[in-house]
Design a protein around this ligand. Sequence first.
Ligand code: SF4
Length: 224
Amino acid sequence: MIGDIMRISRLRMGTDGQGVTTLVAFFDCPLHCKYCINDFCHEKEDYSESVPRGEYTPAELVRILRKDDIYYKMSGGGVTFGGGEPLLQSAFIHEVCKRADPDWKIRVETSLNVPWRYVEPVLNDIDEWIIDIKDSNWSIYKKYTGVSIHNLIDNLIRLEDLVDASKIHFRIPRIPGFNNEENVKESIEWVKRFFDVEPEVFDYTKTQDIHKGSWLEDHYKPKY
Ligand code: SF4
């Protein structure tokens, strides 16, 4: 089994959960958010272009992750799977988790807008679900992401019975030109019906111009 990875970024702090983390970012995403800073994650089939990509087996990835084992354990950190949409490669993530040290914290940054079959394989692997809600208003959601909110709703209903609230971290963005304070308040109330946790509200701001391939930092094993 192979993971289609666009970035492995080591020794991160304060951006992907508690402690020192390694971010493993995957290609592909079912959403097409208007302000996506990783838009090149969609260039799945375009191997000839300048989008670097890496293929790793679960064992190869765990070997890289082990380099920072001591930092994870000292800080309560671990591995964060992001993207793109990491759950599209949940079978691979599950294989990585089987080989990971049980003391590492395993997190996933997801829109949760995937069919349930992609969520199921990692149900017992994830210590923290960082869920980017976008907006609970169906029309705003569709306008901003280009897709329906239905999978997200379906997955929240299922997760409610299967995952403890202490593992859930909701993120709700203020999206310029798409939602307003009233919409954000409605989204907060909406997610609390599933899990009674205080969501993180944040602003989408354009902070950097990211060019194709420039995300690759520490490890890059070319596919071609
Ligand atoms: S969910 Fe994330 S990766 Fe996917 S299109 Fe939206 S911002 Fe981009």
